[in-house]
Ligand binder design. Sequence first.
Ligand code: CAA
Length: 283
Amino acid sequence: MGIARVGVVGCGQMGAGIVEISAKAGYEVVAREVNEELLDRGLGRIQKSLSKAVSRGKLEEAEKEAILSRITGTTELAGLSDCDLVIEAVPEDKELKMALFAELDGLVKPEAIFCTNTSSLVVTELAMSTKRVDRFACLHFFNPVPVMKLVEVVRTILTSDETFDAIFDFAKKVGKTPIAAKDNSGFIVNRLLIPYLLDAIRCYEQGLGSREDIDTGMKLGCGHPMGPLELCDFIGLDTMYFVAEVMFDEYREPRFAPPGLLKRMVKAGQLGRKTGKGFYDYS
Ligand code: CAA
C-alpha cells in the first residue's frame, strides 16, 4: 500500500493545511475544490503560509517553490482518480460527505485508501457509502494543521490492518505524532475537549466571570495556549454547535448538550473569527 500521490477534497482551512504538509513531506498532491474561486482561495492560503515560513527563516525560497510544484488544483473529482490516498476535508455534513465518498468510489482506483477528516461523525457510517470498507478510515488533523503536532488515526471495525498501518505511517511522514483512537464520536481529543469548552460557555452564560477572566484563568492557571472562549471562536461556533449536537446524540449525556447561548450566537451569525464576531470582536 505505497502512498505517493495524495488527493485532498476541500481546500478550506483544514484541507489547505493538509495539502501543505503533504506536499512539504514530498508527496504529489491534488487539491480539489468545488469551483475556481474557492480553489484559488485555498491555494492562496497555502502560498501565504509558505511565504510566511520563508520570511521567518523557517523555509528556503527554493523549497517553497518545490513544495508548490508538487501541488495541482482541480475542480473535478475525476482529477483524483490516480491518487493512492484521498483525504476528505469538506464541511461537517453527513449527507454531503456520504454522497461525496459514493461518487469518489466510482472514480478513484479501487486499491486507493479513503480517509475522512471528520471530528465527530461515525466513521463506520461514512465508510458504508463506499464498497472499499476495508480501505476506509479517519485521519483527524487539528487546526492550524501546519502547527498542531497531533493526528488521531481512527479505524472502524471494518478497516484492514494494512490500511491502518499505511495511514499511521503517512501521519508520521507528514511530521505528525499519530495516536490510535476508536470510532467513537469525538474520538479521544474532542471527547475530552468539547465538554470542557461547552462548560466554559455555560460558566460565561451563568455570569461566573467575564469572558476575559474565564480565558485568562485557563491560560495562566492551566498553561493552555488559548482560553476556552477564544478557542471556541477559533474553531468556529457553528462547528462547535454541530459537533456538540452529534456528540449529544451519540452519548445522550447533558455535558455534550449545546448551551442555549451557543445556539443563539450561531443563529445570529456570530460564528467566531471567520465572521469577525463571536465571544470577541475581530472587526
Ligand atoms: N499556519 C501556519 N503556521 C501558523 C499558523 C497557521 N495557521 N498559526 C500560527 N502559526 C505559527 C506561527 O507562524 C508561529 O511560528 P513560529 O513560532 O515558528 O514563528 C507559531 O505558530 C505561533 O504562532 P503565533 O506566535 O502567531 O501565535 P500563538 O503563539 O498564539 O500560537 C496557535 C497560535 C498555534 C494557534 C496557539 O494559540 C494554539 O496552539 N492554540 C490552540 C489551538 C488548538 O487548540 N487547536 C485545536 C483546536 S480543536 C480542533 O482542531 C479539532 C476539532 O475537531 C474541533
